[in-house]
Design a protein around this ligand. Structure first.
Ligand code: HEC
Ligand code: HEC
Ligand code: HEC
Ligand code: HEC
Ligand code: HEC
Ligand code: HEC
Ligand code: HEC
Ligand code: HEC
Ligand code: HEC
Ligand code: HEC
Length: 311
């Protein structure tokens, strides 16, 4: 039965489901008008699964397992409410699109999809996936790699990874997905671990310790000193040294104050005085790795007398 031309779009729930009376017609029928799509689709994991190993009659129809039953669309392909389209200008609501995919792919990695930042920002599965062609070895992504897929929207992170010091993401040895689960996470920022530190330990296990002498800010959060996406300082550091250390170690009587005040310079001792008021001027001890010339074990020490992180 064909719906009247006035039937509402799928976006209008009051009008009911415009595809309610549609029947399945099968892949061959679709291919009569969408030969190119059918051809490209043939290389994908879905084509293999649905054609040679269908779990039910719907999967056996192949195309309609995702696009919905197509008889009404075949009869009138101008009415966009008669087939579930996943491209932006087709107009099928994102909720309808995602419900189709989640019908077979809920749970597991997508257990936190509902309520995740990507879901609440109304991303469609097809913002990252294109199941109509095989551009990637796995994941049926829209772009040639995971990172490129993410960077279509996340330009800022793309720029950060171009900085002088960065983990090998632009080089293709790592991807955004090594640290983030784009489908949602129980941690903040879609992280794949419960905290920033737990995430870093998965690859930098030696930093987990335990250490005899801990350095408090390391245990608290690696991001106290490192920028995960990249930095123009060495080793992803958030600031140049010694300023990085002096942010926290600058109190009166503290190391950063005493040893590095200009009036403790050796030159002072032989009378070539630097004005005493110029207390913050750098000592020559602060050059290069500065504090780490002595405090080498910034991440923690296991030496019995390494309390000052110097061995
Ligand atoms: C009689 C020809 C014909 C048949 C058969 C046909 N279609 Fe279409 N289809 C069209 C036309 C024409 C359009 C509109 C293209 C446009 O406006 O860009 C269309 C559009 C679509 C779209 C929306 C494309 C977009 O831009 O997102 C999808 C999805 C689709 N068809 C799937 C199917 C499926 C699945 C079948 C089989 C059940 C099928 N079609 C059978 C002619 C047909
Ligand atoms: C696993 C789900 C799935 C299956 C199965 C599937 N499609 Fe699609 N189809 C999609 C998605 C998602 C898009 C949107 C892709 C994009 O963003 O460009 C799409 C897009 C389309 C389009 C719009 C043009 C294009 O290529 O973007 C047509 C036409 C279409 N599909 C027809 C078919 C036909 C014919 C079949 C069977 C041979 C089929 N689809 C099987 C999910 C599917
Ligand atoms: C009718 C069930 C069904 C629907 C609907 C469906 N899929 Fe799938 N999907 C499968 C099956 C079956 C596989 C193959 C699983 C395997 O090989 O382990 C698969 C595989 C995948 C893969 C993994 C490919 C790989 O092996 O790397 C992705 C990504 C995917 N689907 C995304 C989607 C998206 C996006 C949609 C909605 C546009 C969708 N699927 C709709 C059943 C479905
Ligand atoms: C923000 C981008 C993004 C969105 C949105 C997204 N995915 Fe993914 N998806 C990915 C990436 C990246 C991978 C990993 C690909 C790889 O490992 O090669 C992936 C992998 C998958 C896989 C294969 C691995 C697995 O988990 O079994 C499936 C299935 C899948 N996604 C389904 C979906 C479905 C369904 C939706 C919508 C509810 C969705 N995705 C939304 C980026 C996304
Ligand atoms: C279609 C656009 C789009 C794509 C593609 C995309 N994202 Fe997003 N992402 C967003 C939007 C929108 C937000 C929420 C607003 C914001 O924070 O910028 C977001 C937020 C995030 C956040 C921050 C989460 C938070 O709690 O603040 C992370 C992390 C993220 N995305 C990772 C990824 C990764 C990894 C990929 C690739 C697998 C990806 N995104 C692909 C649009 C996208
Ligand atoms: C080495 C792990 C790692 C990699 C790789 C990584 N991120 Fe992140 N990302 C993080 C951490 C850690 C945070 C900060 C979490 C926090 O603020 O607590 C973060 C935060 C974000 C945010 C939130 C806004 C911000 O910048 O703080 C977005 C968006 C994001 N990442 C996207 C991406 C994208 C896109 C890629 C790939 C180009 C990527 N990330 C690669 C670890 C990583
Ligand atoms: C998925 C694995 C992985 C995760 C997770 C990870 N890293 Fe890395 N990291 C690497 C790799 C690979 C390198 C490059 C090592 C090399 O070149 O020898 C690297 C290098 C570094 C470097 C040295 C950079 C330089 O310029 O030499 C720092 C600092 C670093 N990571 C900090 C972190 C922090 C902080 C986190 C947590 C937010 C983190 N990493 C999470 C894999 C990872
Ligand atoms: C108090 C600041 C600080 C904190 C917090 C910190 N780091 Fe570092 N990290 C440094 C400094 C400084 C360097 C440079 C060391 C050098 O040049 O010898 C460095 C270097 C590194 C390197 C590269 C050289 C190496 O030692 O392997 C990695 C990897 C690294 N840090 C990982 C981490 C991880 C993981 C965490 C969290 C557990 C963390 N850092 C927390 C200051 C810090
Ligand atoms: C985010 C703040 C912060 C940063 C940045 C920081 N530290 Fe610390 N540091 C601390 C805290 C807190 C302690 C523990 C103080 C205590 O136990 O009394 C500490 C302890 C130390 C100690 C041992 C002192 C003692 O009394 O046991 C040394 C040495 C030290 N830091 C050196 C450094 C160096 C070198 C850097 C730069 C690479 C640095 N710190 C960066 C916060 C910081
Ligand atoms: C020339 C070697 C040397 C350099 C360079 C150096 N320190 Fe120290 N630092 C020491 C020694 C030795 C001690 C132990 C003093 C003690 O046990 O009484 C110490 C102690 C400390 C302590 C423990 C608290 C205190 O005042 O005794 C902190 C914190 C500290 N240094 C931070 C720093 C920071 C930050 C820098 C860089 C701005 C720095 N140090 C540079 C040798 C150095």
């Amino acid at each position: 039965m064909l719906l009247p031309a006035t039937a509402g779009a799928a976006s209008d729930p009051a009008a009911g489901d415009p595809m309610a009376n549609a029947r399945y017609v099968g892949e061959k029928r679709c291919g009569e008008c969408h030969d190119t799509e059918r051809e490209l689709f043939g290389h994908t994991q879905h084509a293999k699964a649905f054609r040679s190993n269908p779990r039910d009659d719907v999967e056996r129809t192949v195309c309609e397992a995702c696009h919905g039953p197509g008889s009404l669309h075949v009869a009138n392909s101008n009415d966009k409410s008669r087939i579930i389209g996943f491209s932006k200008d087709w107009g099928t609501p994102v909720s309808v699109q995602n419900a189709k995919c989640l019908g077979c792919h809920s749970g597991e990695q997508r257990i936190h999809w509902p309520g995740s930042v990507h879901a609440t920002n109304r991303l469609a599965c097809s913002d990252c996936h294109n199941p109509m062609a095989r551009f990637t070895a796995s994941g049926l992504l829209k772009k040639a790699s995971i990172t490129e897929t993410c960077q279509t929207c996340h330009q800022q992170q793309r720029a950060e990874f171009r900085k002088r010091s960065h983990m090998p993401v632009p080089e293709g040895k790592m991807s955004c997905e090594d640290c983030h689960n784009p489908h949602g996470s129980s941690a903040k920022r879609l992280l794949k671990a419960e905290s920033v530190n737990e995430l870093c330990y998965t690859c930098h296990a030696e930093k987990r310790g335990p250490f005899l002498w801990e350095h408090a800010p390391v245990r608290e959060n690696c991001a106290n000193c490192h920028l995960p996406h990249g930095s123009n300082q060495d080793k992803l550091l958030a600031q140049a040294r010694p300023v990085l250390c002096q942010n926290c170690h600058s109190g009166q009587g503290g190391m950063g104050h005493q040893l590095f005040a200009a009036n403790t310079l050796p030159t002072n001792l032989i009378g070539l005085a630097v004005p005493a008021t110029n207390a913050t001027a750098g000592s020559r001890r602060t050059i290069s790795r500065s504090c780490q010339n002595c405090h080498t074990q910034v991440h923690g020490s296991n030496h019995p007398s390494g309390a000052r992180l110097q061995r």
